[in-house]
Write a protein that binds this ligand. Sequence first.
Ligand code: FMN
Length: 208
Amino acid sequence: MGNKELFLKAMNDRYACKAFDPDRKIPKEDLEYILECGRLSPSSFGVEQWKFLVVQNQEMKDEIQKVSWNQKQVGTCSDLVIILARKDVRSTDPYVQKQLKRYGLPEDKYQKFLKLYADWVDGRDDEILELWSEKQAYIAAANMMTGAAFIGIDSCPIEGFDCEAVDKILGIDTTTFQTALILPFGYRADTPKEKKRLPLDEVVEYIV
Ligand SMILES: Cc1cc2nc3c(=O)[nH]c(=O)nc-3n(C[C@H](O)[C@H](O)[C@H](O)COP(=O)(O)O)c2cc1C
């Protein structure tokens, strides 16, 4: 198979897995590869407004399952990745300044860049900024899921959870972070359903 076919096979193979084999654990190096797929993801202004928690503790997975519509993907997976979105994303926040300084721009160019960032971000409400960080976090999540599928590891994006309850179980510092998405990884113990997607000509429109 060529690269295109291999990649599309992974895209087709990935599905929202509803139950994992609780006895099969993902090898450390495969888990690290999946996390690397997240780490290398693009983010607006390169701020990387995310953090990935990996829950391996079974009691904690069970606790989180209870506040996630009792979806058994959560408790049966090998590794439960919690994608956190950062809230400290205003131009005045030290985290943002640290990220933007990494580019090594001379001071005047850095100040211009910071102003561009401030104009884009600072006027927005907290709620909008939280959603903005969540958007970036979802890109990382998508890359992790596709990367995992590419090596035969299953996943399921989970939005069906009580955010406050999950933050509490994990002891998240909610001044800085919030749980954006729950992402269990493991090996399937269910059978995927037939993929349902709109045809390409319904979702794509060319403007020539
Ligand atoms: C942001 C997001 C949240 C989702 N939340 C859940 C969820 O809580 N539980 C679940 O079983 N599937 C969840 N899904 C999976 C979708 O239902 C699934 O991706 C969609 O129906 C397409 O099926 P497929 O992924 O198997 O191809 C979610 C998907 C996305 C992208």
